[in-house]
Design a binder for this molecule. Structure first.
Ligand code: THG
Length: 369
């Protein structure tokens, strides 16, 4: 397809949007009602930068939903099946959110920012609407809103050097998803050890929309000795790492067990949460499909994949592949997707319907690397 994205006032722009454009942005998507940079024109270079050096990503689309007030934790407990006991300020946790039927509707990173303040760093769905409806209906004493916060990702093996040059060696001690509020030459931000890659890295949560150019320029400068360059959540690396992309990998009935999220679902905790009864029932019945990896036969795949690909087994529909690509590190065509448990249990190959015809594929566990 050769379709251009219309740029207008209805879809929001990140505080790093101008800087991203100046850095050579060539493609964008839309996520949380905001343009999300996806490429700077050289996917191979962007991949190698992430694997070997360090990349900076405009991930301001990872919007925050703030829960602020005496009932902030009570609301957070209702929103997620994860057990939130023992959370401390400066700690983050990956917290799936389900609806009353037990289907996953987002998979945010939760951050305990203050005694009475929690941020949900959300994937692409309207959790502010969901959370404020729950809070309002139950008359909880908590304000739900979107604060002025925009993450800038710094990902790759040398991210730790860039970020410690900027902020000091204390960043090396941060635990995964741990964070601390600080500033950089008067730019207010939060430094977190996080990011949607398995190459290690940080996210700088900018707390003043007007300082986007300033922060981008400082990171680009500090990263020069480490060969930093612009990038975006990486299509190849996320498949290799088996990271879940809510919306791409999920449909309106996907449940957390199908995604292998069992360890995040605390059905035995005393606290109530939305979806608890449904999830208890699902757990009893078991799953009929599962998010898995695929090793796909045939010619090298390009790094684009515009639609879900249908999977069949024994002549029957057996699910979908949501993303696939040639992996330089695995040395094979690989993919991720949702596939029925029948071929998994039997250790058998499936057929994937690609644009250029059917191909056979082997189902394998995730991650690939
Ligand atoms: N950064 C920030 N917010 C985000 C994302 C992000 N919000 C939306 C989306 N990404 C959240 N999704 C994920 C999914 C997986 C991980 C992080 C965010 C992740 N998972 C590890 C894994 O799967 O191995 C570890 C999970 C764990 O063990 O706790 O890192 O990127 N700010």
């Amino acid at each position: 397809m050769a379709v251009q994205l219309s740029i207008g006032a209805r879809v929001r722009k990140s505080p790093f949007f101008q800087a991203s454009c100046k850095a050579g942005l060539t493609a964008a998507s839309v996520y949380n009602h905001m343009y999300m940079p996806t490429s700077y024109g050289d996917p191979e270079a962007e991949y190698h930068r992430l694997i070997s050096d360090v990349a900076m990503w405009d991930v301001a689309v990872e919007r925050q939903v703030a829960l602020k007030g005496p009932d902030a934790l009570a609301l957070a407990r209702l929103l997620t099946p994860r057990n939130l006991d023992g959370l401390v300020i400066g700690q983050g946790k990956y917290v799936p959110i389900c609806n009353h039927s037990g289907a996953i509707i987002n998979d945010p990173v939760l951050m305990q920012v203050a005694e009475d303040e929690i941020w949900l760093s959300i994937a692409d769905s309207d959790i502010q609407l969901w959370a404020s409806a729950v809070a309002g209906t139950l008359k909880l004493d908590v304000d739900v809103y979107e604060p002025d916060v925009s993450p800038l990702g710094i990902q790759g093996p040398k991210a730790v050097d860039v970020v410690s040059d900027l902020f000091g060696d204390w960043v090396r001690e941060l635990k995964y998803f741990g964070f601390r509020a600080t500033e950089l030459d008067g730019i207010p931000l939060v430094v977190a050890r996080s990011g949607w890659s398995k190459q290690g890295g940080y996210e700088l949560y900018l707390r003043d929309f007007n300082r986007g150019d300033d922060l981008w320029a400082r990171v680009a400068e500090a990263g020069k000795p480490y060969n930093i360059g612009p990038g975006a959540p990486n299509y190849i690396e996320r498949i290799e790492s088996g990271l879940i992309s809510y919306g791409a990998d999920t449909d309106s009935r996907t449940n957390p067990f199908e995604l292998g999220m069992d360890k995040f679902i605390a059905l035995d905790q005393p606290h109530d949460f939305i979806g608890k009864d449904a999830l208890i029932a699902m757990k009893k019945v078991g799953i009929s499909r599962r998010f898995m990896g695929f090793i796909i036969d045939g010619p090298t795949l390009a790094a684009t994949n515009e639609d879900r690909l249908l999977v069949s087994f024994d002549g029957e529909n057996a699910g979908y592949v949501s993303a696939c690509v040639y992996s330089p590190r695995v040395g094979e065509n690989i993919g991720v997707g949702m596939v029925s448990t029948a071929p998994i249990d039997k250790g058998q190959t499936v057929t994937i319907y690609m644009d250029d015809g059917p191909r056979s594929a082997r189902i394998v566990p995730l991650p690939f690397l």
